[in-house]
Ligand binder design. Structure first.
Ligand SMILES: [Fe+2]
Ligand SMILES: [Fe+2]
Length: 197
């Protein structure tokens, strides 16, 4: 059980807990808080606005089971805007946060434009490499009924999506954190593919 009672953003975390409780464990509150930790490290190195990055990370996946007309990033942005408005955050900060949330995934064609949006984008990708990334991939793949190998598999998702992240990160700090974790993932897949039936 997470103890966030002394957290600076405790009110926001409490407000989003219910949304994340309905997600698979690859996209739950723990994921959001790991992304926030990565975001904080990258934001400090890149001189991005810390508050906007932290709030965006906490909110970024709350809309994953939203309506089909919207991407999960668009749903998260709409829900996140509501949460922040109810808690009395300034419109200026809300705009920055929501701009980052809506572009943390490229599904809807939203490009990360601000530095804070780029930091969130990169921070989210760091949670898909290394030991945590592998654990998340198989947790999510299991829920989706994906086999390890072959068409529409965990391996295919790794090769077509996660491997591409290596060339699509925005910030130098994220690249520095990404590479050793990515090498771990590459080695894991190399070892696993030797065991293919
Ligand atoms: Fe997401
Ligand atoms: Fe995410």
């Amino acid at each position: 059980m997470l103890n966030t009672s002394t957290d600076e953003y405790q009110e926001v975390i409490s407000a989003v807990q219910g949304f994340y409780a309905r997600k698979d464990s690859a996209h739950n509150l723990e994921h959001a808080l790991r992304v926030r930790d990565w975001g904080r490290k990258i934001a400090q190195a890149e001189n991005a606005e810390l508050r906007a990055v932290e709030l965006a990370a906490i909110l970024h996946d709350i809309g994953r089971s939203g309506t089909l007309e919207k991407t999960h990033a668009e749903s998260s942005a709409a829900l996140g805007k509501n949460v922040l408005q109810k808690l009395g955050y300034s419109e200026d900060l809300i705009q920055k946060v929501i701009g980052a949330v809506v572009s943390h995934s490229r599904e809807g064609g939203h490009e990360p434009l601000s530095l804070e949006a780029k930091v969130l984008y990169d921070a989210d990708k760091l949670d898909f490499v290394g030991p945590i990334g592998i654990a998340r991939l198989f947790t999510w793949g299991g829920k989706e009924g994906k086999p390890f190998f072959g068409p529409n598999s965990c391996e295919e998702f790794y090769c077509e999506r996660i491997r591409n992240y290596a060339n699509h990160l925005f910030t130098d700090s994220a690249k520095k954190y990404f590479m050793p974790l990515f090498e771990y993932s590459e080695d894991f897949w190399h070892q696993l593919s030797k065991l293919k039936a």
